[in-house]
Design a protein around this ligand. Structure first.
Ligand code: E4P
Length: 272
């Protein structure tokens, strides 16, 4: 499974690539806002075009997803092409992120605009990461339209299940892959019992039909979800910087380090 960093923070991206375990970057408007505000907060003047170019250079040779902000088919296609034209020459690694459905509510008439944009950008040779996927059938349509990546949002499904049951939870709290029972009823959203099950079903459908699409498990909030994404065969997991770091932590590893360090025979350490 490839690991992408889910961040627009250049310092985090540089550090992640420096560790040699990062295979790509995903950004979204909220992540970009957070990263820019952090820099502006320290008195820096941020030139967004230059800032994004630096991210692309750090990630040279690996995909970087840049999300459109428009919400209709024509405008998303136009913006997607513009972003690709503007930034892809830097390192040839720009993927355009398109929402599977840009409608804000049921009555909007734009439900298929995302699919149309994916198809058109793909036909122009622009790779697409289809975002905001909450059902396997959305992933299926996005793959049919030619998306290179489909991004099921595991954590946000888990949030929604917990919220619907009135449970209190923190953003990073683990939600069981097999789901949770509440009043002798398994919590579910349209038959999906957890974010990891959503990822799993997307993988099954994509692989069953041999689509040239990779499932990018997104909105992961803790290392256990990363493990479970790998176990259900996600091709990629995009992770906040903190989760990448947390993957290495265990109290027995710390304790083992202390014990081994206390036992070092000086002669051994000084062997030349
Ligand atoms: C990735 O492409 C998504 O933008 C991201 O994983 C969303 O994560 P969140 O639900 O923690 O905001």
């Amino acid at each position: 499974m490839k690991i992408f960093i889910d961040s627009a923070d250049l310092d985090e991206i540089q550090q992640g690539y420096g560790w040699g375990v990062v295979d790509g970057v995903t950004t979204n408007p909220s992540l970009l806002k957070k990263a820019v505000e952090k820099r502006v907060g320290t008195g820096e003047r941020v030139d967004l075009k230059e800032y994004i170019s630096r991210i692309l250079e750090v990630a040279d040779g690996t995909p970087v997803s840049l999300e459109v902000t428009e919400v209709t088919g024509e405008k998303m296609i136009e913006q997607g092409k513009r972003l690709h034209e503007l930034f892809n020459p830097i390192a040839g690694n720009v993927y355009i992120k398109i929402p599977v459905n840009p409608a804000f509510k049921e009555i909007d008439a734009t439900h298929f605009d995302g699919i149309r944009a994916i198809r058109e950008l793909t036909a122009s040779g622009i790779p697409v990461n289809c975002t905001l996927i909450f059902t396997p059938e959305q992933a299926f349509l996005a793959a049919k339209a030619g998306a290179k990546f489909v991004s099921p949002f595991a954590g946000r499904i888990d949030d929604d299940l917990r919220k619907s049951a009135g449970l209190q939870f923190g953003k990073e709290d683990y939600y069981p892959a097999e789901g949770m029972e509440m009043d002798a009823r398994l919590l579910e959203d349209n038959g999906i019992v957890s974010g990891i099950e959503l990822v799993e079903q997307c993988v099954k459908i994509i692989e069953h039909y041999g689509f040239a699409t990779e499932v990018l498990a997104a909105s992961l909030r803790n290392p256990r979800q990363v493990r479970e994404s790998a176990l259900v065969g996600a091709h990629i997991a995009t992770l906040p910087f903190g989760v990448i770091k947390d993957m290495l932590k265990h109290h027995k590893t710390y304790e083992g380090m202390e014990l081994f360090t206390a036992d070092i025979v000086p002669e051994y350490a000084n062997l030349k």
